[in-house]
Design a protein around this ligand. Structure first.
Ligand code: ANZ
Length: 794
């Protein structure tokens, strides 16, 4: 039978048997395997999706066979820009475009035979879903974790819209090349910064790739240091700086304020007013990324001076855009002798450099560690002590205080777009009020135009009737894409609940997610936001866990045959759908595993999939005559060698699935099939368990085989085969030979070899006899299969 036919035949049988249905009322242990849900784009499923969904599918199938109640769901991250842009161009409502894409995604995913529980499918753009996204937003709002604030955004006057950082290139809009300015606009913010410390500490509780955890740590960016107050010369006013190096305060030769700093105006002397104003205007055009880039330093002198609190010296105050207004206090004390950026600045503007850390060689600038010099009462102290002493001094004299600072910023949570969740709030008498819970969901209104209103407000403002709410008006911004994806993993536990986002029991049973697989590009976006929302929901008592994803894995990319990222412009895209039609879904699934380790990028080899297809066919021909379709498997007793290899293969495939080494699972099965051919063995005693091992990888082929041999029920619901440990023992072992504890060679020994045999074998090695100076060992330490250590005589 052609693979396409067996695919649809078994898919129907599995659906009918509800083979993948997760049970909320089970006494079995649970296992929750989750894929990052896709954005249902018009271009359909691609190789990246297959590479990501296959591993979790294998694990889900294996866990089911191991007796777990498995939750393996799928859904759609359905709000987003492409559908909205299509709507702007064509007038087609994004809901229609999105629904069409969802249907196409669903049918493709079903055709791949993934073992999803389709009864739990969700879409973030479904009002039954976003009702609860709005509900969770109101929880954040009640807790004071959602607020509105004027923040600088990338505003494009020509496009009348706010742009994300990556939509701005060299100060111009990516689309159309129009000038973009930084402009303060009122935006919704979520106070993720309140959770910085917990988000940092709890990384230690979870089994994630180390590089992902490290990226989150860096993103959160905890710095310990001090706030120090500097007086403005000849005035009563003062300003604060944040430093991680209070020990270098004697080396301060200038101060720098961010151009947006509120004190700039009053500090600026009349002669400097024009230069300062010009500079502020120029830097307002720069993006944050440009300001942080390591380009030539710019700045201007304000004409004002501050007073160093430890030695009373006058210090000129400058403004420069390498100092950010939103970090620390937006002002710094500059120590050019020991800070790279300050040194570049001092060099450019010919400002003095005073070394206060001894480099030992007189090297300036010096960024290493050394004892304090030119620093009064802390002279001679090493860095850690110097910081401690200086901080104590600052606190004692009330010049400032110890301070912990995070790089993490609050989450900019509003978009002036159409295709997103409306905020369930309204404005009345200058106050923001929540829409009552019983009015949720606040449905997205119909609008005549998906672009911003004439006044540059969000598109929802185009529907005047909708905007009017009592004596006030509704919020017209919408939530960002990451709103719906920050809690969807909770909804799968109880997807049809209409009175709550989920029941506490369902969460208690299913969560946390045991295995989450998705792209590494979500390291600090989605994965951090999800952790944040989970903690908030834990704090308000809605859920019983405070970390959502116990174990995380990132799939590598499948590259084009040329070893480059697949892209249309390079012409190296391997169309997953065509390959699946041609060689079968099972071959594609196995091939994706066979390419290499899950987390590595690996190139597609043109003819490689043929090899896997041949393996599946060769395996099938052991049980079925491919001309007649008749079963040719028998019930013969297995030859001893085949039996041993069968048990070893079961053990190895089980271990390798657990370790997510799927490529070696396939090769073990290939080796076993070769062994069967060698012995011309067609016994069901080997072929039935082999079909069970194959099931997670090539479920259709496995089901067909199983059925042809009269296997009991469906192979996809059959329990995992067991191995006999005794039969997995190797007959021989390779052992290292040590002389006086030092490795000198290896010997191949029978597992049960006695000491005399072991020593005799060892003495055949010249490096061993040489190390013993040709004499017999004075003493032998031998543990069969573990250690062989020969001790030389004195
Ligand atoms: C004096 C000093 C001397 C500094 C020295 C460093 C080295 P992290 O580790 O990133 O927290 N800084 C403080 N606020 C800033 C802002 N808003 N924009 C730009 N730079 C800012 O770095 C903290 C250091 O970055 C602070 O310590 C300050 O420079 C600078 F040898 O103060 B330091």
């Amino acid at each position: 039978m052609k693979h396409i036919e067996i695919e649809s035949k078994w898919q129907q049988a599995w659906t009918k048997a509800e083979a993948y249905k997760a049970d909320n009322n089970s006494t079995k242990p649970k296992y929750y395997a989750l894929d990052m849900f896709p954005y249902p784009s018009g271009s359909g499923l691609h190789m990246g999706h297959i590479a990501s969904y296959t591993p979790t599918d294998i694990i889900s199938r294996y866990k089911r066979a191991m007796g777990f109640n498995v939750l393996h769901p799928m859904g759609y991250d359905a709000f987003g820009l492409p559908a909205e842009q299509y709507a702007i161009q064509t007038g087609v409502h994004p809901a229609i475009t999105t629904e069409k894409s969802i249907q196409s995604f669903r049918s493709t995913l079903q055709r791949y035979g993934f073992s999803f529980d389709w009864s739990r499918e969700i879409s973030t753009a479904d009002p039954n879903y976003y009702k609860w996204t709005q509900f969770i937003f109101l929880k954040l709002f009640e807790k004071g974790l959602a607020y509105q604030k004027e923040v600088p955004v990338n505003w494009c006057p020509a496009l009348k819209t706010v742009l994300a950082n990556d939509e701005v290139i060299d100060g111009k809009s990516e689309r159309g090349g129009h000038p973009v300015i930084r402009k303060p606009m009122k935006q919704w913010m979520l106070k993720i910064t309140d959770y910085a410390e917990r988000l940092l500490n709890d990384l230690d509780k979870i089994d994630w790739p180390e590089r992902t955890k490290e990226a989150q740590r860096n993103w959160i960016g905890k710095s310990e240091g001090a706030i120090v107050k500097f007086k403005v010369k000849n005035t009563d006013s003062e300003f604060e700086i944040f430093t991680t190096r209070p020990d270098t305060i004697f080396g301060v030769t200038f101060m720098v304020l961010a151009p947006e700093h509120p004190l700039v105006k009053s500090l600026t002397s009349p002669t400097q007013t024009k230069d300062v104003a010009d500079y502020i205007e120029a830097s307002a055009k720069k993006s944050e990324v440009d300001r942080k880039a390591n380009t030539e330093k710019t700045g201007v002198f304000t004409g004002g001076f501050a007073v160093n609190p430890v030695n009373g010296k006058d210090i000129p105050v400058w403004i420069a855009d390498y100092v950010m207004m939103d970090y620390g206090t937006g002002a710094i004390m500059a120590v050019p002798a020991h800070d790279e950026r300050d040194f570049e600045f001092a060099t450019k503007f010919q400002l003095p450099v005073i070394p206060v850390v001894d480099s030992g060689t007189g090297e300036v600038p010096f960024f290493g560690e050394g004892k304090a010099i030119n620093s009064g009462f802390i002279n001679g102290l090493a860095k850690a002590d110097a910081i401690k002493q200086m901080t104590a001094h600052i606190e004692e004299k009330q010049l400032g205080k110890k301070q912990v600072q995070y790089k993490l910023r609050d989450w900019l949570f509003s978009r002036q777009r159409y295709w997103g969740e409306p905020f369930p709030v309204y404005h009345e008498n200058g106050q923001i009020k929540p829409v009552p819970m019983n009015e949720l969901p606040v449905l997205l209104p119909e609008v005549a135009n998906y672009e911003p209103s004439d006044k540059g407000e969000a598109p929802l403002a185009n529907n005047k009737d909708w905007v009017k709410y009592g004596n006030g008006h509704r919020e017209t911004d919408t939530m960002p894409g990451a709103a719906g994806s920050s809690w969807y993993f909770l909804r799968y536990a109880d997807p049809h609940n209409s009175s709550a986002p989920f029941s506490p029991e369902a969460i208690k049973y299913w969560l946390p997610v045991d295995l989450y697989v998705g792209g590494a590009e979500h390291t600090v976006g989605h994965l951090l936001y999800s952790r944040f929302w989970t903690k908030v929901l834990f704090d308000v008592g809605l859920i019983s866990i405070d970390e959502p994803f116990k174990k995380l894995a990132h799939q590598g990319m499948i590259l084009g045959p040329d070893g480059e990222k697949m892209s249309k412009s390079r012409g190296n895209v391997i169309p997953a759908d065509e390959v699946a039609k041609e060689t079968g879904v099972d071959a594609l699934r196995c091939y994706v595993c066979f390419l290499g380790p899950l987390d590595k990028d690996k190139p597609w080899a043109e003819n490689g999939i043929e090899g896997v297809r041949r393996f599946l066919d060769r395996l099938s021909r052991l049980a079925v005559n491919d001309q007649t379709g008749e079963s040719i498997a028998n019930d013969e007793t297995l030859p001893a060698e085949v039996e041993k290899l069968l048990h070893k293969t079961i053990k190895k495939v089980s271990q390798d699935i657990e370790a997510m080494n799927f490529n070696t699972c396939i090769s073990s099965m290939m080796i076993f099939v070769n062994e069967l051919y060698k012995h011309e063995c067609r016994s069901k005693k080997a072929l039935l368990p082999l079909a069970q091992l194959l099931q997670p990888f090539a479920p259709h082929t496995a089901e067909e085989l199983w059925h042809s041999m009269g296997g009991n029920g469906l192979v996809v619901t059959a329990p995992w085969p067991k191995f006999d440990p005794a039969l997995c023992q190797d007959d021989t072992v390779t052992m290292g030979v040590q002389v006086n504890g030092k490795m000198r060679g290896t010997v191949e020994l029978a597992v049960a070899a006695d000491e005399a045999t072991a020593v005799a074998e060892a003495l055949k090695i010249t490096t061993v006899t040489a190390a013993l100076n040709g004499a017999p060992p004075a003493k032998v330490i031998y543990k069969p299969g573990k250690i062989l250590n020969l001790i030389a005589g004195k």
